[in-house]
Design a protein around this ligand. Structure first.
Ligand code: 1HE
Length: 269
């Protein structure tokens, strides 16, 4: 077994393999509400740096216990009494982890519950799809804690809900939940009961049936292209399209369409 997907090599993450290259990655410090300490960030970097090469086709990311993630481990941070230089490097490791997630080419579906706050929201926002249930809530308590973001909220949360809503969240501690959170863009799906995990698994199963190179392009190229000028993005999209849209594995699917055996796109019933 590739060490990257070997559960025995992780302490703060629980890694479990399901069918079809689908993995569940669970933040596993429930007694600390899955707060992100240095060790957990290093484990996220390790898993998501190697996931694609280890054959992982999709990941459901969740948390053990009632809460997805309470953000930065405030107790570790307080005890370490870090210098600015030290904390800058902590933040750079967070970015390493979350960039590996967003740009790594493996689809990540976050099954969210309870608190998704501060750095927990930064982590969730590096996933490609977020599923919530009625008990899930989002907040950026940094303003009240006397600190600031450091794991990409200024980039990804702004991207999801707009700069001024993000500013309001961190200035006032405003909490978003339920359908309003979906309408704003904090999540793409909400379940009626506490079934965010079941829905995330269903989505991951479906996504894992796409060709891996297609999923790689979707979960890597789109984010890169969005960082480029329009001209460069159009050029790079053509290059990616050239590689992905001619992949030999796609021929069978294209042939099925041409032979009228492939499913057609129909409206929801
Ligand atoms: C923690 C943390 C944590 C809980 N760091 N230990 N994030 C926050 O400001 C959110 C802080 N946490 C909370 O508001 C609440 O803990 C929760 C809403 C998440 C959960 O409440 P509850 O009542 O279920 O749990 P609790 O009693 O508050 O905490 C249970 C234990 O988890 C307790 O430890 P214990 O050893 O005393 O049992 C807490 O100390 C521990 N715990 N949250 C450390 N965050 C790169 S910059 C990112 C900036 C940020 O992320 S700022 C936002 C930080």
């Amino acid at each position: 077994m590739n060490d990257v997907v070997n559960p025995a090599t992780y302490e703060n993450l629980a890694i479990s393999e399901r069918d079809n290259g689908l993995y569940v990655v669970t933040l596993n410090r429930p007694t600390k509400r899955n707060a992100l300490d240095v060790a957990t960030i290093e484990e996220l970097i390790r898993f998501f740096s190697g996931a694609r090469m280890a054959g992982v086709r999709a990941v459901v990311l969740t948390g053990e216990g009632d809460h997805f993630c309470a953000g930065l481990d405030l107790v570790e941070h307080w005890k370490a009494d870090r210098s600015p230089d030290d904390f800058m490097h902590v933040c750079l490791r967070w970015h390493e982890a979350f960039n590996k997630m967003e740009y790594g080419g493996v689809p990540i579906i976050a099954a969210l519950k309870g608190a998704v706050v501060g750095g927990g929201l930064e982590l969730a926002s590096a996933a490609h799809i977020r599923v919530i249930d009625p008990g899930t809530y989002f907040a950026l308590p940094e303003g009240q804690r006397g600190i600031f973001t450091g794991g990409g909220a200024t980039i990804r949360v702004s991207d999801m809900i707009g700069k001024y809503r993000m500013i309001d969240m961190i200035l006032t501690g405003r909490v978003y939940q339920g359908q309003e959170a979906v309408d704003l863009g904090l999540a793409q799906y909400i379940t009626e009961d506490s079934g965010s995990m079941a829905k995330a698994m269903e989505l991951a199963d479906q996504i894992a049936q796409n060709l891996p190179l297609t999923n790689f392009a979707i979960c890597s190229a789109i984010s890169h292209l969005n960082n480029m000028s329009g001209m460069d993005a159009a050029y790079a999209e053509a290059v990616v399209g050239g590689v992905v849209n001619t992949q030999p594995a796609a021929r069978e699917r294209l042939e099925a369409f041409a032979n009228k055996t492939a499913a057609r796109v129909r409206p929801n019933s």
